[in-house]
Design a protein around this ligand. Sequence first.
Ligand SMILES: [Zn+2]
Length: 342
Amino acid sequence: MQELLEKIDSYKQEIEASSVLNAEEVEAFRIKYLGTKGLVKAIMGEMKNVPNEQKKQAGQLLNEFKVFVETKFEGLKAQFENNDSDASHIDFSLPGDAVAVGTRHPLSIVRNRIVSIFKRLGFAIAEGPDIEDDWHNFGAMNLPEDHPARDMQDTFYINQNPSWLLRTHTSSVQARVMENQKPPIRVICPGRVYRNETISARAHCFFHQVEGLYIGENVSFADLKQTLYFFVQEMFGKDIKVRFRPSYFPFTEPSAEMDISCLICEGEGCNVCKHTGWVEILGSGMVHPKVLENFGIDSNKYTGFAFGMGVERITQLKYRVNDLRLYSQNDIRFLQQFTGAV
Ligand SMILES: [Zn+2]
Protein backbone atom coordinates (compact mmCIF):
# COMPACT_ATOMS: atom_id res chain seq x y z
CA MET A 1 0.00 0.00 0.00
CA GLN A 2 2.81 2.34 0.99
CA GLU A 3 4.56 1.45 -2.22
CA LEU A 4 1.47 2.30 -4.24
CA LEU A 5 1.13 5.68 -2.53
CA GLU A 6 4.72 6.57 -3.37
CA LYS A 7 4.25 5.54 -7.01
CA ILE A 8 1.17 7.70 -7.35
CA ASP A 9 2.95 10.69 -5.85
CA SER A 10 5.90 10.40 -8.17
CA TYR A 11 3.63 10.01 -11.25
CA LYS A 12 1.63 13.03 -10.13
CA GLN A 13 4.78 15.16 -10.05
CA GLU A 14 5.84 13.94 -13.45
CA ILE A 15 2.40 14.60 -14.95
CA GLU A 16 2.06 17.97 -13.27
CA ALA A 17 5.33 19.08 -14.86
CA SER A 18 4.47 17.87 -18.37
CA SER A 19 3.81 20.39 -21.07
CA VAL A 20 2.98 20.08 -24.74
CA LEU A 21 3.84 22.16 -27.82
CA ASN A 22 1.29 20.89 -30.30
CA ALA A 23 -1.71 18.65 -30.83
CA GLU A 24 0.54 15.65 -31.61
CA GLU A 25 2.14 15.91 -28.17
CA VAL A 26 -1.31 16.07 -26.56
CA GLU A 27 -2.14 12.81 -28.27
CA ALA A 28 1.17 11.28 -27.13
CA PHE A 29 0.29 12.30 -23.56
CA ARG A 30 -3.11 10.62 -23.88
CA ILE A 31 -1.60 7.38 -25.16
CA LYS A 32 1.13 7.36 -22.51
CA TYR A 33 -1.18 7.91 -19.52
CA LEU A 34 -4.78 7.22 -20.57
CA GLY A 35 -4.39 4.74 -23.44
CA THR A 36 -5.37 1.06 -23.22
CA LYS A 37 -1.76 0.20 -22.39
CA GLY A 38 -1.23 3.45 -20.52
CA LEU A 39 -0.01 4.15 -17.01
CA VAL A 40 -3.44 4.66 -15.42
CA LYS A 41 -4.60 1.25 -16.64
CA ALA A 42 -1.37 -0.37 -15.42
CA ILE A 43 -1.56 1.14 -11.96
CA MET A 44 -5.24 0.21 -11.66
CA GLY A 45 -4.07 -3.37 -12.27
CA GLU A 46 -2.07 -3.19 -9.06
CA MET A 47 -5.29 -3.22 -7.04
CA LYS A 48 -5.12 -7.00 -7.04
CA ASN A 49 -1.92 -6.87 -4.95
CA VAL A 50 -3.52 -4.69 -2.25
CA PRO A 51 -4.69 -6.55 0.86
CA ASN A 52 -8.47 -6.80 1.14
CA GLU A 53 -8.83 -4.51 4.17
CA GLN A 54 -7.03 -1.71 2.29
CA LYS A 55 -8.81 -2.16 -1.03
CA LYS A 56 -11.43 0.53 -0.33
CA GLN A 57 -8.84 3.19 0.49
CA ALA A 58 -6.63 2.18 -2.44
CA GLY A 59 -9.61 2.29 -4.82
CA GLN A 60 -10.37 5.86 -3.75
CA LEU A 61 -6.73 6.92 -4.25
CA LEU A 62 -6.57 5.34 -7.68
CA ASN A 63 -9.81 6.97 -8.75
CA GLU A 64 -8.55 10.36 -7.61
CA PHE A 65 -5.36 9.76 -9.58
CA LYS A 66 -7.36 8.86 -12.70
CA VAL A 67 -9.42 12.06 -12.42
CA PHE A 68 -6.20 14.04 -11.89
CA VAL A 69 -4.69 12.67 -15.11
CA GLU A 70 -7.90 13.23 -17.08
CA THR A 71 -8.16 16.81 -15.86
CA LYS A 72 -4.59 17.47 -16.89
CA PHE A 73 -5.24 15.95 -20.29
CA GLU A 74 -8.35 18.12 -20.87
CA GLY A 75 -6.33 21.18 -19.91
CA LEU A 76 -3.56 20.37 -22.41
CA LYS A 77 -6.10 19.61 -25.15
CA ALA A 78 -7.93 22.89 -24.62
CA GLN A 79 -4.75 24.89 -25.35
CA PHE A 80 -4.92 23.78 -28.95
CA GLU A 81 -8.67 23.68 -29.44
CA ASN A 82 -8.91 27.39 -28.67
CA ASN A 83 -6.09 28.20 -30.99
CA ASP A 84 -8.32 29.71 -33.70
CA SER A 85 -9.50 32.57 -31.54
CA ASP A 86 -6.03 33.37 -30.28
CA ALA A 87 -5.25 36.74 -31.91
CA SER A 88 -1.58 36.58 -30.93
CA HIS A 89 -0.95 34.24 -33.88
CA ILE A 90 -2.34 36.71 -36.45
CA ASP A 91 0.12 38.91 -38.28
CA PHE A 92 -1.75 42.14 -38.94
CA SER A 93 1.04 43.48 -41.11
CA LEU A 94 0.42 40.90 -43.85
CA PRO A 95 -1.36 42.23 -46.94
CA GLY A 96 -5.06 41.28 -46.96
CA ASP A 97 -6.90 39.21 -49.55
CA ALA A 98 -8.02 41.46 -52.38
CA VAL A 99 -11.77 42.03 -52.56
CA ALA A 100 -13.04 42.71 -56.06
CA VAL A 101 -15.09 45.89 -55.84
CA GLY A 102 -17.11 46.87 -58.89
CA THR A 103 -17.41 50.37 -60.29
CA ARG A 104 -20.44 52.55 -60.88
CA HIS A 105 -21.68 52.51 -64.44
CA PRO A 106 -20.86 55.82 -66.17
CA LEU A 107 -24.56 56.39 -66.88
CA SER A 108 -25.36 55.93 -63.18
CA ILE A 109 -22.59 58.36 -62.22
CA VAL A 110 -23.93 61.04 -64.57
CA ARG A 111 -27.58 60.42 -63.74
CA ASN A 112 -26.82 60.72 -60.01
CA ARG A 113 -24.97 63.94 -60.67
CA ILE A 114 -27.85 65.41 -62.68
CA VAL A 115 -30.32 64.40 -59.99
CA SER A 116 -28.21 65.89 -57.19
CA ILE A 117 -27.92 69.25 -58.98
CA PHE A 118 -31.69 69.55 -59.46
CA LYS A 119 -32.37 68.31 -55.94
CA ARG A 120 -30.41 71.29 -54.65
CA LEU A 121 -32.83 73.51 -56.60
CA GLY A 122 -35.77 71.90 -54.84
CA PHE A 123 -36.81 69.36 -57.48
CA ALA A 124 -38.26 66.09 -56.20
CA ILE A 125 -37.69 62.78 -58.01
CA ALA A 126 -40.65 61.12 -59.72
CA GLU A 127 -40.68 57.67 -61.30
CA GLY A 128 -43.19 55.75 -63.35
CA PRO A 129 -43.72 52.50 -65.29
CA ASP A 130 -41.64 51.56 -68.35
CA ILE A 131 -44.75 50.04 -69.98
CA GLU A 132 -47.21 52.85 -70.63
CA ASP A 133 -50.57 53.41 -72.26
CA ASP A 134 -51.06 55.62 -75.27
CA TRP A 135 -52.66 58.43 -73.24
CA HIS A 136 -49.84 59.01 -70.78
CA ASN A 137 -47.11 58.65 -73.39
CA PHE A 138 -48.68 60.51 -76.33
CA GLY A 139 -52.24 61.80 -75.88
CA ALA A 140 -51.74 63.80 -72.71
CA MET A 141 -48.56 65.24 -74.17
CA ASN A 142 -50.52 66.78 -77.03
CA LEU A 143 -49.21 64.44 -79.72
CA PRO A 144 -51.94 64.13 -82.38
CA GLU A 145 -53.16 60.72 -83.59
CA ASP A 146 -51.15 61.03 -86.78
CA HIS A 147 -47.89 62.16 -85.16
CA PRO A 148 -44.98 60.24 -86.69
CA ALA A 149 -43.63 59.28 -83.22
CA ARG A 150 -46.71 57.06 -82.82
CA ASP A 151 -45.72 55.07 -85.86
CA MET A 152 -44.91 51.39 -85.43
CA GLN A 153 -41.59 52.19 -87.08
CA ASP A 154 -40.55 54.31 -84.10
CA THR A 155 -42.29 52.86 -81.07
CA PHE A 156 -42.35 49.37 -79.50
CA TYR A 157 -45.95 48.29 -78.96
CA ILE A 158 -46.90 45.34 -76.73
CA ASN A 159 -48.23 42.45 -78.85
CA GLN A 160 -50.93 41.30 -76.42
CA ASN A 161 -52.37 44.77 -76.11
CA PRO A 162 -51.46 47.31 -78.81
CA SER A 163 -52.64 50.22 -76.69
CA TRP A 164 -49.69 49.52 -74.41
CA LEU A 165 -46.17 50.47 -75.40
CA LEU A 166 -42.66 50.92 -74.05
CA ARG A 167 -42.46 54.59 -73.10
CA THR A 168 -40.63 56.68 -75.68
CA HIS A 169 -39.79 59.44 -73.20
CA THR A 170 -40.15 60.05 -69.47
CA SER A 171 -42.77 62.73 -70.20
CA SER A 172 -45.21 59.96 -69.34
CA VAL A 173 -44.00 60.29 -65.73
CA GLN A 174 -44.71 64.04 -65.85
CA ALA A 175 -48.22 63.17 -67.04
CA ARG A 176 -48.73 60.90 -64.03
CA VAL A 177 -47.42 63.58 -61.66
CA MET A 178 -49.81 66.21 -63.09
CA GLU A 179 -52.62 63.67 -62.77
CA ASN A 180 -51.99 63.19 -59.06
CA GLN A 181 -50.57 66.48 -57.76
CA LYS A 182 -51.74 70.07 -57.64
CA PRO A 183 -49.36 72.96 -58.43
CA PRO A 184 -46.82 73.99 -57.41
CA ILE A 185 -45.11 71.00 -59.00
CA ARG A 186 -41.35 70.70 -59.23
CA VAL A 187 -40.09 67.26 -60.27
CA ILE A 188 -37.39 65.55 -62.26
CA CYS A 189 -38.05 62.19 -63.89
CA PRO A 190 -35.00 60.01 -64.52
CA GLY A 191 -35.55 56.72 -66.34
CA ARG A 192 -35.03 54.41 -69.28
CA VAL A 193 -36.89 54.98 -72.54
CA TYR A 194 -37.27 52.88 -75.69
CA ARG A 195 -37.37 53.62 -79.39
CA ASN A 196 -37.39 51.36 -82.39
CA GLU A 197 -34.04 52.45 -83.78
CA THR A 198 -31.35 50.49 -85.57
CA ILE A 199 -28.45 50.10 -83.17
CA SER A 200 -25.36 52.04 -84.19
CA ALA A 201 -22.67 54.23 -82.63
CA ARG A 202 -25.14 57.12 -82.54
CA ALA A 203 -28.50 55.43 -81.89
CA HIS A 204 -29.83 52.64 -79.68
CA CYS A 205 -33.15 50.93 -79.02
CA PHE A 206 -33.06 52.13 -75.42
CA PHE A 207 -31.45 55.04 -73.65
CA HIS A 208 -31.90 57.14 -70.52
CA GLN A 209 -33.48 60.50 -69.94
CA VAL A 210 -33.89 62.99 -67.18
CA GLU A 211 -36.88 65.24 -67.74
CA GLY A 212 -37.93 68.11 -65.51
CA LEU A 213 -41.19 69.93 -64.88
CA TYR A 214 -41.89 73.07 -62.91
CA ILE A 215 -45.44 74.40 -62.66
CA GLY A 216 -46.45 77.31 -60.46
CA GLU A 217 -47.74 80.85 -60.55
CA ASN A 218 -45.63 83.31 -62.57
CA VAL A 219 -43.15 80.70 -63.81
CA SER A 220 -41.51 82.29 -66.84
CA PHE A 221 -39.07 81.55 -69.62
CA ALA A 222 -36.48 83.49 -67.60
CA ASP A 223 -36.83 80.88 -64.82
CA LEU A 224 -36.30 78.15 -67.38
CA LYS A 225 -33.13 79.77 -68.74
CA GLN A 226 -31.62 80.46 -65.33
CA THR A 227 -32.41 76.94 -64.03
CA LEU A 228 -30.79 75.28 -67.03
CA TYR A 229 -27.85 77.70 -67.01
CA PHE A 230 -27.21 76.82 -63.36
CA PHE A 231 -27.41 73.14 -64.26
CA VAL A 232 -24.80 73.24 -67.05
CA GLN A 233 -22.44 75.36 -64.94
CA GLU A 234 -22.63 72.80 -62.14
CA MET A 235 -22.28 69.92 -64.59
CA PHE A 236 -19.53 71.22 -66.89
CA GLY A 237 -17.92 74.16 -65.10
CA LYS A 238 -18.39 77.91 -64.72
CA ASP A 239 -16.81 78.80 -68.06
CA ILE A 240 -19.49 77.07 -70.09
CA LYS A 241 -21.50 79.22 -72.53
CA VAL A 242 -25.08 78.48 -73.52
CA ARG A 243 -27.40 79.44 -76.33
CA PHE A 244 -31.06 78.72 -76.99
CA ARG A 245 -32.41 77.98 -80.46
CA PRO A 246 -36.13 78.10 -81.28
CA SER A 247 -37.55 74.62 -81.79
CA TYR A 248 -40.82 72.72 -81.88
CA PHE A 249 -42.29 70.13 -79.48
CA PRO A 250 -46.01 69.34 -79.32
CA PHE A 251 -46.04 69.69 -75.51
CA THR A 252 -44.26 73.05 -75.14
CA GLU A 253 -44.86 76.52 -76.57
CA PRO A 254 -42.54 78.28 -77.09
CA SER A 255 -39.90 75.55 -77.38
CA ALA A 256 -36.15 75.79 -77.48
CA GLU A 257 -33.14 73.55 -77.83
CA MET A 258 -30.21 74.40 -75.64
CA ASP A 259 -26.62 74.23 -76.86
CA ILE A 260 -23.46 74.54 -74.81
CA SER A 261 -20.07 75.69 -76.03
CA CYS A 262 -18.03 72.71 -77.23
CA LEU A 263 -15.96 71.28 -74.37
CA ILE A 264 -13.46 69.68 -76.67
CA CYS A 265 -12.38 72.59 -78.87
CA GLU A 266 -13.70 75.34 -76.60
CA GLY A 267 -15.56 76.93 -79.49
CA GLU A 268 -12.78 76.71 -82.08
CA GLY A 269 -14.54 74.00 -84.09
CA CYS A 270 -13.95 70.22 -84.16
CA ASN A 271 -15.56 66.94 -85.26
CA VAL A 272 -17.70 66.63 -82.13
CA CYS A 273 -19.37 70.03 -82.64
CA LYS A 274 -19.32 69.62 -86.44
CA HIS A 275 -17.11 72.72 -86.57
CA THR A 276 -19.79 75.01 -85.16
CA GLY A 277 -18.30 75.43 -81.67
CA TRP A 278 -21.67 74.41 -80.13
CA VAL A 279 -23.20 71.08 -79.08
CA GLU A 280 -26.86 70.42 -78.43
CA ILE A 281 -27.63 68.99 -74.99
CA LEU A 282 -31.33 69.32 -74.27
CA GLY A 283 -34.81 70.34 -75.36
CA SER A 284 -37.02 72.65 -73.33
CA GLY A 285 -39.95 75.02 -73.40
CA MET A 286 -42.96 76.46 -71.63
CA VAL A 287 -45.57 73.76 -70.97
CA HIS A 288 -48.32 73.97 -73.62
CA PRO A 289 -51.60 75.28 -72.09
CA LYS A 290 -53.37 72.31 -73.67
CA VAL A 291 -51.19 69.91 -71.63
CA LEU A 292 -52.02 71.77 -68.40
CA GLU A 293 -55.75 71.69 -69.25
CA ASN A 294 -55.51 67.93 -69.94
CA PHE A 295 -54.90 67.54 -66.20
CA GLY A 296 -57.38 70.14 -65.00
CA ILE A 297 -54.69 72.71 -64.22
CA ASP A 298 -55.92 76.26 -64.86
CA SER A 299 -53.62 77.58 -67.60
CA ASN A 300 -54.67 81.18 -66.89
CA LYS A 301 -53.42 80.90 -63.33
CA TYR A 302 -50.48 78.57 -63.72
CA THR A 303 -47.57 78.40 -66.12
CA GLY A 304 -44.66 76.03 -66.21
CA PHE A 305 -41.55 74.94 -67.99
CA ALA A 306 -40.28 71.52 -68.93
CA PHE A 307 -37.02 70.15 -70.24
CA GLY A 308 -35.55 66.80 -71.16
CA MET A 309 -32.04 65.54 -71.72
CA GLY A 310 -30.39 62.26 -72.67
CA VAL A 311 -28.11 60.86 -69.98
CA GLU A 312 -26.01 59.14 -72.67
CA ARG A 313 -25.51 62.48 -74.41
CA ILE A 314 -24.32 64.24 -71.25
CA THR A 315 -22.05 61.27 -70.43
CA GLN A 316 -20.64 61.32 -73.95
CA LEU A 317 -19.70 64.99 -73.55
CA LYS A 318 -18.39 64.65 -70.02
CA TYR A 319 -16.28 61.51 -70.57
CA ARG A 320 -15.73 61.69 -74.36
CA VAL A 321 -17.44 58.38 -75.08
CA ASN A 322 -17.86 58.21 -78.85
CA ASP A 323 -19.97 55.05 -79.26
CA LEU A 324 -23.39 54.59 -77.62
CA ARG A 325 -23.10 50.80 -77.78
CA LEU A 326 -20.29 50.79 -75.23
CA TYR A 327 -22.77 51.59 -72.46
CA SER A 328 -24.60 48.28 -72.76
CA GLN A 329 -21.88 45.86 -73.88
CA ASN A 330 -20.75 45.09 -70.34
CA ASP A 331 -17.11 45.30 -71.38
CA ILE A 332 -15.01 45.45 -68.23
CA ARG A 333 -12.18 47.25 -70.04
CA PHE A 334 -14.59 50.12 -70.67
CA LEU A 335 -16.35 50.08 -67.30
CA GLN A 336 -13.12 49.96 -65.27
CA GLN A 337 -12.13 53.34 -66.65
CA PHE A 338 -14.69 54.96 -64.38
CA THR A 339 -13.27 53.58 -61.13
CA GLY A 340 -12.19 57.00 -59.88
CA ALA A 341 -15.28 58.90 -61.02
CA VAL A 342 -17.91 59.63 -58.42
ZN1 LIG B 1 -15.80 71.36 -80.87
